[in-house]
Design a protein around this ligand. Sequence first.
Ligand SMILES: CC(C)(COP(=O)(O)OP(=O)(O)OC[C@H]1O[C@@H](n2cnc3c(N)ncnc32)[C@H](O)[C@@H]1OP(=O)(O)O)[C@@H](O)C(=O)NCCC(=O)NCCS
Length: 192
Amino acid sequence: MSQTSRRDKLLKSTSMDDALLTHVRFVVPDDAAFICALRADPNLNQHISKSSAAVEHQRTWIENYKKREEEGEEFYFVIRHQAQDLGVVRMYDFRGNSFCWGSWIIQPSKPSGLVTYSAIMIYKMGFDTLGFEQSHFDVRIENEKVINFHIRSGAEPTTRDDIDQHFVFPNSKWPAFRSASDSQIKMHQVAG
Ligand SMILES: CC(C)(COP(=O)(O)OP(=O)(O)OC[C@H]1O[C@@H](n2cnc3c(N)ncnc32)[C@H](O)[C@@H]1OP(=O)(O)O)[C@@H](O)C(=O)NCCC(=O)NCCS
């Protein structure tokens, strides 16, 4: 698969279909203030890496990211529900047949099922659209809620260090997670 076609394939994915109630779109430089606000929120930033609170720094970061997006090296998404931007999530560090995902933040006033459905959108894009065989990611060891979410979804804990719990989510676990999430999929994957 050519690198450029990855982006083209994603644009055709159900997860990016803006006719659906809940979907993702690629981050653009004008999202800098939204992302800064999410990442600066003390209720949301305890377990993520620190980033500059300056909107201009974030805008420059996004402008550089857009080059990686064009090359098919990384994809940064805004999570949208009923035409409202509610969060962000990112696919990056593509290693052979494995992709990493993270930078996952959703504002606290969110509809039921959105957290699960945002993970569903990521695996749908990673496994069904892009054909990866595995996902890898890490979660700060104090971030117990998110660690538990991943364990419930079928992710397999691998190594653990002083900072992070590392996971893999093999493609073979995807059908069971998708079936278990049927109600969230029905709730969110409808015409908007
Ligand atoms: C990551 C984030 C989006 C997760 O959202 P959250 O509201 O904390 O997630 P929760 O674990 O409470 O809930 C997720 C889902 O699991 C369900 N759930 C929670 N505990 C459960 C349990 N014990 N058994 C079954 N389901 C459970 C919730 O009902 C929810 O379901 P839904 O998706 O159908 O609505 C949010 O915590 C966030 O933005 N955090 C800040 C940034 C961050 O730490 N990101 C992760 C970096 S690795």
